[in-house]
Design a protein around this ligand. Structure first.
Ligand SMILES: *C/C=C(C)/C=C/C=C(C)/C=C/C1=C(C)CCCC1(C)C
Length: 241
């Protein structure tokens, strides 16, 4: 791996074993490329899907800008850019909730459903930030992480078994299958984040996850979830053109 990464030495200030710096760099490029892809494909879809594709592009674009700063922050300070990370998430995760609303709108999704998901996602992220950056000693991270995890499970419940699930079922066809794929991203893809959190904070779990690098895990999670989510929506728009 180190040999493979040796080309990174051409990037100023990046060591060949700097996996965090490497994933910030690649993450930044991937988010930029994905944004160009979503924005440029927008006009080829009819109005019904344009907003959804626009939101896919906004999610990866907001991330690209934050990755640009996070890459730089890491290169300069060699510490986690926690603040930029959470500002990015607090903008992009609610937009992912908006995607659920947009694809289910034709099946009767209400703004109330959208705001419920947005509210839960903000609770999940604010409590996570408190555990990671504010009350990050003693039992703080474990308790705030638990609070965050509860909000996460309510989101999972709502989309898999709650109101959103019923709407998806009634919509059927391509919308239902896109909804189901997004649900899997939330259940499996989003579960990557608590692992990163446990790798980067102190708690009863430190012995299990302590050897892992938090930022590498978060960066992998972001690439899978942000670009993956966008592609599911893109695919839905293509299949129902
Ligand atoms: C694009 C960014 C995404 C999809 C970020 C998602 C973040 C999470 C699902 C974070 C969840 C957390 C927990 C469930 C518990 C520990 C604290 C967090 C915030 C890492």
């Amino acid at each position: 791996m180190e040999k493979f990464l040796s080309f990174m030495a051409v990037v100023p200030e990046m060591a060949t074993d700097d996996y965090v710096g490497f994933t910030f760099f690649v993450g930044c490029m991937a988010m930029m490329a994905a944004s160009a892809f979503f924005f440029l494909s927008m006009s080829s879809f009819d109005d019904k899907w344009r907003t959804s594709i626009l939101v896919s592009g906004l999610i990866t674009f907001i991330a690209a800008v934050h990755y640009w700063y996070m890459r730089d922050y890491w290169a300069t300070n060699a510490t986690s850019p926690t603040f930029f990370r959470y500002v990015d998430w607090v903008l992009t995760v609610p937009l992912m909730c908006v995607e659920f609303y947009l694809i289910l709108k034709a099946a009767g999704a209400t703004k109330q459903l959208m705001w419920k998901l947005i509210f839960l996602s903000v609770v999940m992220l604010v409590t996570g930030y408190l555990g990671e950056a504010v009350y990050n000693t003693g039992s703080g991270p474990a308790l705030w992480g638990l609070a965050s995890g509860i909000a996460y499970f309510v989101i999972v419940y709502e989309i898999w078994m709650g109101g959103a699930a019923k709407l998806a079922k009634s919509a059927g066809g391509a919308v239902e299958s896109a909804h189901n794929t997004l649900c899997k991203f939330v259940l499996i893809g989003w579960a990557i984040y608590p692992i990163g959190y446990m790798a980067g904070t102190e708690g009863w779990y430190s012995g299990i996850f302590g050897g892992l690098e938090m930022d590498v895990i978060y960066n992998i999670g972001d690439a899978i979830n942000k670009i993956g989510f966008g592609l599911v929506v893109y695919n839905l728009a293509v299949s129902s053109k």
